[in-house]
Design a protein around this ligand. Structure first.
Ligand code: FES
Ligand code: FE
Length: 446
């Protein structure tokens, strides 16, 4: 449960503990001539396809407000895991800008999301970020709501008040195989395509039958888009992630997948396909480099794939060995890694024995709250089935290395000397796609 939260960290650095010159305007620029409510058309016209964004996109309040409106308040946001709220009345809150949501398991067994705003005079109903309650009782005048959000008591109010008119305002919520998503939009994008794409790959991982082994919270001093841009390439991996590159093939691309690397990759893929075809756990991403995501043209904001690990590695751990008991439906450690991502705020890497979820929430133009959450099988006991000293380091190091990268990039981008630079077509194809997806979002009329 989330009660195990560690103190918020204030960036890795400050932690106490621990294409050419051809000016191809972005396709977005074609819309520059159109009216784009809220986005400065001159700024939009400065965006070049395959290049980093102009400075204001990473640092200005006006763009940040637009991001909130057009990306964060329209999309599906990863909120947490269903195993964090497994009992009726268990809840966690989610904060986005000025909004707060209560995500709670109802007496009906379903997960509900309510705006954390009392229908009397607007107080927050849940002040604590997590909890276990039998009813939702506002701390101001004790208006009392059912777990499903219905007003059931308001002692002291005059007769005749129609309680049915004062339910907590609901927000959209969806769960797919243990991952809980919410949306603040009145008419969000359809969730069914995401469910259809993610569920078959997620199911064997058993995240519904997991428990949280550890949560680390960070406040990264960088714009949320810089975190995504960093996430969407492994150009930086050789130098910055010494442990990660031992386990994976992501950092090899069309320019540097040597015959030796290709042979090693082909070998593990062939072995996995032969062994796992019958249980549908064979790799779905069989090439070096990162799986292609997102698809800006089709507005595909979610994806999942199973990727082989290098020979001799069965888990994304420091030595590649299993660090916890097998999860879900797995009967064999040789499962590679399951990778899931959903824009604008979620990615997960899961091995045979544990999963690691990362959730982003913007808290300003140059600040992002990040939660990294380690999951293990629900029956696991710390000290017997896993030790945090072996479970955490791989993704704790990788994450903190990335936050430092983003912090440095934000500082550089803030400089008056910053000018947009080109993305490598070999290695940063996904970054270019992310930027294209993002511009598509902010151009769309809200
Ligand atoms: Fe909640 Fe009055 S504001 S009971
Ligand atoms: Fe990285």
């Amino acid at each position: 449960m989330l009660q195990a939260l560690t103190p918020l960290k204030t960036s890795t650095k400050n932690r106490a503990d621990s294409a050419s010159g051809r000016k191809t305007r972005h396709s977005a620029a074609s819309a520059a001539s159109k009216r784009s409510r809220g986005l400065d058309t001159a700024l939009l016209a400065e965006c070049r396809s395959g290049w980093t964004l102009p400075r204001p996109f990473y640092r200005d309040e006006s763009v940040y407000r637009l991001d909130l409106e057009r990306v964060w308040r329209t999309g599906w946001l990863f909120a947490g895991h269903s195993c964090e709220i497994s009992e009726p009345g268990s809840y966690f809150t989610l904060e986005l800008d000025t909004d707060s949501l209560i995500v709670i398991r109802g007496d009906d067994g379903a997960i509900h999301a309510h705006h954390n705003v009392c229908r009397h005079r607007g107080s927050l109903v849940c002040a604590a970020p997590t909890g276990q309650v039998s009813r939702l009782i506002c701390p101001y005048h004790q208006w009392t709501y059912s777990l499903e959000g219905k007003l059931i008591a308001c002692r002291g109010m005059h007769a005749g008040l129609d309680k049915s008119q004062f339910s907590l305002r609901p927000a959209r919520v969806e769960e797919v195989e243990g991952l809980v998503f919410v949306s603040l939009a009145d008419k969000p994008l359809p969730f069914a395509p995401a469910r259809d794409a993610l569920a078959p790959l997620l199911k064997p991982q058993g995240l519904r039958r997991a428990k949280v082994a550890k949560v680390l919270d960070y406040l990264v001093p960088a714009n949320w888009k810089l975190l995504w841009e960093n996430n969407r390439e492994c150009y930086h991996c050789n130098l910055n992630h010494p442990q990660y590159i031992k386990a994976n093939f992501d950092h090899y691309n069309a320019d540097d997948t040597t015959p030796r690397v290709r042979e090693a990759l082909n070998r593990v893929v062939a072995r996995s396909e032969q062994k796992r075809a019958s249980d549908r756990l064979a790799p779905t991403h069989r090439q070096s480099g990162m799986a292609v995501f997102p698809d800006a043209d089709k507005n595909i904001w979610f994806s999942a794939n199973r990727t082989p690990l290098v020979d001799g590695w069965v888990s994304e751990s420091m030595d590649g060995k299993q660090v916890a008991r097998l999860m879900g439906d797995y009967t064999d450690a040789d499962t590679g890694t399951l990778r899931v991502r959903a824009l604008p705020n979620f990615w997960n890497h899961s091995s045979c024995d544990h999963g690691v979820s990362t959730r982003l929430l913007p808290v300003g133009p140059q600040q992002t709250a990040v939660r990294v959450c380690w999951l293990v099988d629900e029956k696991s006991i710390e000290g017997r089935d896993y030790d945090l000293s072996r479970l955490l380091p791989f993704w704790q190091l990788t994450s903190e290395q990335d936050w430092l990268i983003c912090e440095r990039q934000q500082k550089g981008v803030n400089s008056s000397a910053y000018r947009p630079g080109p993305y490598s077509t070999f290695k940063e194809y996904n970054v270019a796609s992310f930027v294209k997806w993002y511009l598509g979002c902010v151009e769309r009329e809200a």
